[in-house]
Ligand binder design. Structure first.
Ligand code: IVH
Length: 672
């Protein structure tokens, strides 16, 4: 194909693909099958790769994102991103209406919209092309998230029609619809990662991911609610917003003009009862004065416009009966009460358990078994008890008493005055504490050993693991005694344990689980003291000299190394060959990088990369290249014509052999 023809075809494909995007993601009226769409996209990507001079940052092919880590630069907002004043009461809404009419000296029309519960973004379009996307930040300046925003399919990269202003900003809320949120959390749970508490956090967290290719995989959406610019087509908010819909933006189907405040109340009543029917979450209603001229007259307070207000719905609550209380013991010995409830439906899920804070709260609300309690779903996943209806208390019901002895080992509990918590003081003989420590040790961000929590329970019950050090002396035969283990699964687990010996010192220190020593503090301590022995002998004064280490942490560290059992654990870990000191490399290590702690042998000829490029890719992502296959090798990346001797050795040592594509997937965080 000659160059002109190629360019013509590329232009046509881009236009067609954007049209299909718009039909699918904005109008929800697809015109072609996913297969046909994928074919067109494939053709475009191939042509663009073959003819890089026709690259375009707003091509639909850019929506798959990139694997490059982005640092977000700060950008000032031309129009500050203010917040809205809130109210939960109709009376205050009535006062808002009176105030507005008094200041205007005339009546006014309102526009009611849903208050989408996601994260705000402001987009700038110049000449009909998306040039920048910025988060709210502190309202004056935010992060440039353009690369991530471009992966959101419902956001137009190029506008439709031609009657848009030469330059304008449009603001909207980036959302993760409920269905996508639940799916994401299921995937996280399968990988042993903590779930997002709610769709809002998930949307905000996703928008700030450093790799746009990961953002592209999450089904974010964006609904627009305001247009800003010097040359807007109309003098009302409503007409401008509807016009933006014609330019290709997704605007809500539920925007209503209301000629007076009574109509606003009707809108609120309507949506208060139906918000669960929406595919995404809303937390209230926004009421705005429609006329831009009237908006100007009303102006702003320091924080928010006087021409708008949000009416927030109360967090959803439900009443149910308290059946019993469980007391759970965590790895630090803290005891948390959890209420077992008569199952009740709340905000779309059936709730059987709720959290109860601490002993003070139980006392405060004078809780009795059989009480009717009010539960509320706030930001957290597990709902909490917020009130008790004492009028419904059954006669003769028993007052809930906080336990005095550990439910697991029977030891009398102690009370930590500062944190208002009860805890079991026998760290080394209380089973949930011992198991909790091992579970923390194997977790992904610590030693990343592929071991289910249930396996830790089994190992403990069988007497095979009394601390994390014991894991390194397990044999395949030990594991095969356990239920659900066979030759292969036992072999895999042993290998995962052995591989973890290469985890660098800062992460080992975090894994050991010294109280209050999280990932950041562990890294600081490792850099400051270089080895576990130096840390053990550091003493309080030297400890508190370290950044981020205060009195509480320093005391916890010195206390840890006074304890005989902990010293024995450290000895075991040393004997097992773990990294208990810094190596020169750890200082500039790519901690947390996708291949951190893994070593690779490259063998054969590859399609996409040269061998050197592959090596570079591995190193850039925190991995190590080694030349010979040994039991310390984590993976073999094999191309065509891999040497048979290497292959045989890999088989013998049970080392996984992966392709270059699988390596790419590991780097981008996909399961292989
Ligand atoms: S208008 C001057 N309309 O609520 C403020 N905001 O507290 C103009 N929000 O950060 C905002 N839905 O992200 C407006 N229909 C809507 C909205 C909405 C959600 C968010 C927005 C903003 C926050 C304001």
């Amino acid at each position: 194909m000659d160059s002109n023809k190629v360019f013509e075809r590329i232009t046509q494909l881009r236009k067609e693909l954007e049209e299909h995007n718009y039909r699918y993601y904005v109008l929800a009226q697809p015109a072609i099958s996913d297969y046909e769409y994928d074919k067109l996209m494939e053709e475009l990507i191939t042509l663009e790769n073959e003819h890089p001079r026709f690259a375009d940052p707003n091509s639909p092919s850019q929506r798959v994102g990139s694997d490059i880590n982005h640092e977000f630069s700060q950008v000032s907002h031309k129009y500050p991103m203010l917040s809205l004043s809130n109210t939960y009461s109709r009376q205050e809404l009535g006062e808002f209406d009176k105030r507005v009419r008094r200041m205007l000296g005339e009546s006014c029309e309102y526009v009611c919209e849903l208050k989408y519960d996601g994260t705000a973004v402001s987009l700038t379009y110049t000449g009909g092309v998306l040039v920048r996307a910025v988060t709210r930040g502190d309202g004056r300046q935010g992060d440039d998230v353009t690369a991530n925003v471009k992966t959101i399919r419902s956001i137009p990269l190029r506008l439709r029609g031609g009657d848009y202003p030469g330059e304008f900003e449009i603001r909207g809320e980036i959302l993760l619809p409920r269905e996508g949120f639940l799916k994401l959390n299921r995937e996280k749970a399968a990988k042993g990662e903590p779930p997002f508490a709610n769709p809002r956090n998930a949307a905000a967290g996703t928008l700030k991911l450093q790799k746009s290719s990961l953002v592209a995989k999450r089904p974010l959406d964006c609904i627009f609610y305001a247009v800003y610019g010097d040359h807007l087509p109309y003098d009302t908010h409503y007409d401008n917003l509807l016009k933006a819909g014609e330019w290709g933006f997704k605007i809500s189907d539920h925007i209503n003009k209301c000629e007076n405040i009574d109509k606003v109340y009707n809108y609120i009543d309507y949506w208060d009862g139906r918000r669960l029917d929406l595919p995404y979450e809303i937390d209230g209603i926004v009421v705005k004065v429609n006329s831009l001229l009237q908006q100007k007259t009303l102006g702003f307070t320091a924080k928010s416009p006087r021409w708008a207000i949000s009416y927030k719905f109360r967090a959803e609550r439900a009443a149910t009966v308290l059946n019993s209380i469980d007391f759970q013991v965590g790895r630090t010995g803290a005891v948390t009460p959890v209420a077992n409830l008569k199952p009740v439906s709340l905000a779309g899920t059936t709730v059987k358990r709720a959290s109860l804070h601490n002993a003070d709260y139980i006392e405060l609300v004078d809780l009795h078994l059989g009480d009717t309690v009010l539960i509320e779903k706030g930001g957290e996943i597990i709902p909490k008890i917020v009130d008790v209806d004492r009028s419904k208390r059954p006669a003769g019901s028993k007052k809930v008493k906080f336990i005095e002895n550990c439910p697991a080992c029977g030891t009398p509990l102690k009370r930590d005055q500062d944190e208002a918590r009860h805890y079991c003081p026998v760290e080394f003989s209380c089973p949930p504490q011992i198991k909790g420590k091992i579970k923390h040790f194997v977790s992904r961000r610590a030693m990343n050993i592929n071991m289910a929590e249930a396996t830790v329970d089994q190992l403990y019950s069988a007497g095979l693991a009394r601390d994390a050090g014991d894991l390194y002396f397990l044999k395949k035969e030990d594991l095969m005694q356990l239920e659900r283990f066979a030759e292969k699964s036992a072999g895999n687990l042993i290998r995962s344990i052995q591989e973890s010996r290469r985890i660098p010192f800062p992460r080992v220190l975090y894994a050991i689980g010294i109280r209050y020593v999280g990932e950041t503090v562990a890294a600081r301590l490792a850099r400051a003291f270089r080895s576990v022995d130096d840390l053990a002998s550091a003493g309080y004064e030297r400890l508190i000299a370290v950044e981020d280490v205060g009195d509480k942490i320093a005391r916890s560290v010195t206390g840890f190394f006074k304890e005989e059992k902990n010293l024995r654990l450290i000895e075991k870990l040393k004997k097992a060959g773990l990294q208990l000191e810094m190596t020169g490399k750890d200082d500039n290590s790519k901690e947390g990088a996708p291949l951190d702690g893994l070593s690779f042998v490259i063998s054969g000829v590859f399609e996409k990369y040269s061998r050197n490029q592959l090596k570079e890719l591995i190193e850039q992502n925190g991995g190590k290249n080694v030349s010979g296959v040994s039991s310390a090798t984590s993976y073999i990346v094999a191309g065509d014509n891999m040497g048979p001797a290497k292959l045989e050795k890999a088989r013998k040592l049970n080392i996984p052999v992966i392709s270059e594509t699988e390596l790419e997937k590991m780097i981008s965080g996909k399961n292989i």
